[in-house]
Ligand binder design. Structure first.
Ligand SMILES: *Cc1c(COP(=O)(O)O)cnc(C)c1O
Length: 413
């Protein structure tokens, strides 16, 4: 079926997801869990999908049906997950610099909380002395990530309690009689096969810290960052290699640290990324100073990753007329900033105004990072449930925002 059909029906631009790819990635994560559990007899492994990658209920329900758990980091994420049928046991609140009011909301919802600084543990202790918490530790090693902005471990980040601060942490925990039942670490976002050794180094460093300083921890959370290939020359993450690297390390840890009952992992992007494409419309085709510029309606407000992180997304076109010439072009959006570029110097067959532009692997950190910048509404989201020529089953899973939705929030007087 032509992509343009969806734009004609629901408006442009539009996020389009393929449920079969989504379900496949959920199953891969379930299998990852089961392989580790088989190797670590009696130890639980829990996969918590990081809701911030994409919080659409249609995606969360596939995560739920696959038997995976979720991470929440804001009141809305918690509420959406609750609506999707996740019980409090299947949700973990992993947060950073939250207010007392938010802590009260988490406590009253009955979720286990993972706090990430001595100061936050202090605030929590005053509210709920004698309770159980998890604490985010910064294992000190340089994190992994596709951009400096998403490296979340090492001496330069705002996250977690460092080895040097642990005495202070334990003193505050004792002051309020808090039980630290779990530790957490997250090195950063997006590692592929070449960075598996870095991830493993981080895991080892984190486990060493647990062994050396923490008493009777039951849960060890090893974070997310499972990557997907964005560029044509990148290979998918080798999950069986990752499992085989993890098994001996985790086995060894379980033997020398008998209180541990559960490991957690937090895949985010891995689950929805490759199921999603972002569709838009070519609005201008211009040659300036010997450079081709292809203008589209996909601005940085719709997909911010290229302008925020310099991220690469594959871009292709659905053409009305097929015999156009091949050129090198910059493909850009409709926002008045010179950084509003989707793809630089791409070899493409030149499209015409009105053709459809397709941005691939846009299912994670796409819609969830979209904004109303320059006063444009957020796009609709559509899920394809069976992509057959004869009877395509698809459903709008989020309405396009209306100008009236945005107007309503303004106080005019
Ligand atoms: C964002 C985040 C994740 C998921 O990261 P991905 O790179 O999408 O896998 C996992 N854990 C925490 C604490 C996060 O903040």
């Amino acid at each position: 079926m032509k992509r343009k059909f969806f734009l004609d029906t629901y408006g442009s631009p539009l996020y389009l997801y393929d449920n079969s790819i989504l379900c496949d990635r959920c199953q891969q994560m379930k299998q990852f869990q089961e392989e580790l559990e088989r190797a670590l007899l009696g130890i639980k492994v829990r996969m918590h999908y990081s809701t911030k990658a994409n919080n659409n209920p249609a995606i969360l329900k596939s995560v739920r049906d696959a038997g995976l758990n979720v991470d929440c980091m804001s009141p809305l994420e918690l509420q959406i997950n609750k609506e999707c049928g996740f019980t409090k046991e299947r949700m973990l609140y992993v947060c950073n610099n939250i207010s007392q009011d938010e802590m009260i909301m988490v406590y009253e919802s009955g979720l286990l909380i993972c706090l990430d600084s001595v100061s936050q543990v202090h605030t929590w202790g005053q509210l709920y002395p004698g309770s159980s918490i998890m604490v985010r530790v910064n294992p000190g090693v340089l994190g992994v990530g596709h951009s400096q902005k998403v490296i979340t471990s090492g001496s330069k980040t705002k996250f977690g309690v460092s080895e040097k601060q642990l005495n202070k942490l334990f003193a505050v925990a004792e002051q309020y009689n808090l039980r630290i039942i779990g530790t957490h670490q997250h090195l950063g976002s997006l590692f592929l096969n070449d960075k598996i050794p870095n991830y493993i180094t981080g895991v080892k460093a984190g486990l060493e810290i647990v062994k050396k300083y923490f008493k009777n921890v039951e849960i060890v959370d090893l974070g997310g960052g499972f990557g997907v290939p964005y560029k044509p020359n990148e290979q998918p993450l080798d999950l069986s290699l990752l499992v085989s690297e993890l098994i001996p390390i985790l086995k060894d840890f379980v033997q020398s640290y008998p209180s541990v009952k559960e490991f957690k992992f937090e895949p985010g992007r891995y689950i929805p990324c490759e199921s999603g494409t972002l569709l838009g419309t070519v609005t201008a085709v211009e040659k300036r100073n010997r450079t081709w510029w292809i203008g589209t309606d996909i601005g940085m407000n719709v997909l911010v990753r290229p302008s925020m992180y310099g991220s690469y997304h594959e871009i292709s076109f659905e053409y009305v007329n097929i015999n156009s010439k091949e050129v090198t072009a910059n493909i850009c959006g409709n926002v008045c900033e010179s950084g509003d570029i989707l793809g630089k110097r791409r070899r493409v067959r030149l499209p015409e105004v009105g053709d459809t532009v397709i941005v691939h692997n846009a299912g994670a950190y796409g819609y969830s990072m979209a904004s109303n910048y320059t006063g444009r509404s957020k796009p609709a989201e559509v899920m394809i449930y069976a992509d057959g020529e004869a009877a395509p089953a698809y459903k709008v899973i989020r309405q396009r925002e209306k100008i009236s939705d945005m107007m309503r929030q303004i106080e005019w007087n």
